[in-house]
Design a protein around this ligand. Structure first.
Ligand code: NAG
Ligand code: NAG
Ligand code: NAG
Ligand code: NAG
Ligand code: NAG
Length: 435
């Protein structure tokens, strides 16, 4: 008797609890892993409605409902004469912030007929925000800065096999235009408004333009850099970036907003190898669904001329919504790191820009003739202090330390920067302390 009630109870439990629970689990599984992602995917993927209007999410993606504050800190050269005439180390005084409120909007959205791709132009504008800037900061403040056109000429001379006659012509153009290694420029000019530079004005004069055309696009065999307007973001206000073509998420939400081409290119072809990869990047706006802590986020930032890989840092919360915080991996600023080598500065001039780095152990003796040395790759940072290797010196070149990467294209443009510019986090945060 006792036994039979027991088994009946068990059967009831089986029918009324276990089976519904199982069905519930199956439904939950279906809901969580199949239906829910589909529904979310349908809501989030980029699309336009039948009438050509944008879905709400797509609208937010195209016209981001928040402005971005840009804080610029400018550096005033305080010892120009000692630097030029006595070769002193330049000294700078930091001044700022010069705050600008920036907005961007994706315009001219064009959808592929299957809805899997969309291309667009990104338009940006900025406004000077004096309330958010330092108390005395105005766009008219004067700064003594290095003359980039002058630097470009020096760079061309260093990076080309130049006939002495041409180097004289270049020297003369510097002399006759009164161009100097340093110049005094307004803050607004340095940032957005551009400024007059005698050397660049000469290059863009009708005489030099005609001469260049006559010589087939060069001046005595040297291609002059395309750099009509000096400045950081010169006359960029209300202009467009190169065209982006991105995945809408229709094909797979894992590829949501990923870049297919930028300016018609499938690679950041101003870098080499892995560092040139753009296919796995988005523009930093939206990410795929169901992010996991082991996911890496790849973000392409046209204004920094490259992509960055971001890693999970910690769990956090925003307005009590649980969030994940991702951060740029330090190695992204280390052009000696294995996967970043394609971003290395060639340093054809062979200048040791950081002579105090790396610090090798005191027993390091450079002895490249050891038989073992054929096996040791001195291009790899782990081997810099191997006795087979000479620190950062490698043949005619010298590798630059971590904490910097070379800017190769102008911010948000495809034109190559005709001189060496290095980017670093604020105050060279991730550079070695010896630097
Ligand atoms: C956007 O589209 C309009 C109209 O089709 C066109 O006039 C304009 O040049 C386009 N802008 C860009 C940046 O392509
Ligand atoms: C950008 O243009 C707008 C007008 O369209 C102007 O109000 C603003 O001051 C400009 N910003 C800069 C940085 O020149
Ligand atoms: C920068 O230095 C120059 C020359 O010393 C000076 O005239 C100018 O006021 C300084 N600019 C700022 C913003 O302090
Ligand atoms: C290595 O050998 C070459 C000749 O084979 C010689 O010129 C050079 O000085 C040697 N280097 C060192 C560091 O001993
Ligand atoms: C080795 O490095 C030192 C600087 O640390 C440099 O002066 C020297 O020329 C380098 N030697 C060779 C053979 O490259």
């Amino acid at each position: 008797m006792q036994q039979s009630t027991d088994s009946r109870r068990r059967r009831k439990v089986f029918f009324f609890v276990t089976i519904p629970a199982l069905i519930g689990c199956i439904l939950l599984f279906f809901g969580k892993h199949i239906a829910f992602p589909r529904i979310l995917g349908e809501i989030f993927r980029l699309r336009q409605n039948e009438d050509g209007s944008l879905s709400m999410v797509t609208q937010h993606w195209a016209d981001y409902p928040a402005d971005i504050m840009y804080n610029f800190y400018l550096w005033n050269l305080t010892n120009p004469y000692e630097m030029i005439y006595e070769g002193a180390i330049p000294r700078f005084q930091e001044h700022g912030p010069y705050a600008y409120l920036g907005a961007e909007r994706k315009e001219n959205l064009t959808w592929s007929s299957d809805g899997k791709e969309v291309h667009y132009r990104n338009r940006r504008n900025w406004h000077f925000d004096s309330a958010a800037s330092c108390a005395t900061c105005t766009e008219k403040d004067l700064f003594v800065v290095a003359n980039v056109a002058y630097a470009a000429v020096a760079y061309i001379v260093a990076h080309n096999d130049i006939h002495p006659l041409i180097s004289t012509v270049l020297d003369l153009s510097i002399l006759t235009t009164g161009s100097a290694p340093v110049q005094t420029v307004e803050a607004g000019g340095l940032l957005f408004n551009s400024f007059q530079d005698p050397l660049i004005s000469l290059q863009y004069s009708s005489f030099v333009k005609r001469l260049e055309k006559f010589m087939g696009g060069t001046i005595f065999g040297i291609k002059l850099p395309e750099y009509p307007n000096p400045g950081l973001l010169p006359l960029y206000n209300n202009t467009y970036e190169p065209e982006y073509r991105v995945q809408t998420g229709q094909k797979s939400m894992d590829d949501y907003t990923k870049i297919i081409t930028y300016g018609g290119r499938r690679y950041q072809d101003w870098f080499m190898g892995d560092a040139a990869e753009i296919q796995n990047c988005n523009d930093g706006g939206f990410n795929k669904q169901f992010l996991q802590p082991n996911d890496k986020l790849n973000v392409f930032r046209s204004y920094l001329g490259r992509s960055f890989e971001m890693e999970f840092h910690e769990e956090s919360a925003h307005d009590s919504v649980p969030t994940y915080v991702y951060r740029i991996n330090r190695d992204e600023f280390n052009t000696n790191a294995e996967k970043m080598i394609g971003m290395r500065y060639e340093n054809i001039e062979g200048v040791d820009y950081a002579p105090t780095w790396p610090v090798c152990p005191s027993d390091h003796v450079y002895s490249p003739n050891d038989t073992r040395c054929a096996q040791v790759e001195c291009t790899r940072e782990v081997n810099f202090c191997d006795n087979c290797c000479n620190g950062s010196h490698y043949g005619p070149t010298v590798f630059t330390p971590h904490g910097f990467y070379p800017l190769r294209v102008f911010p948000g443009r495809l034109g190559r920067v005709p001189f060496a510019v290095f980017m670093s986090p604020p105050h060279m945060l991730w550079a070695p302390k010896e630097v």
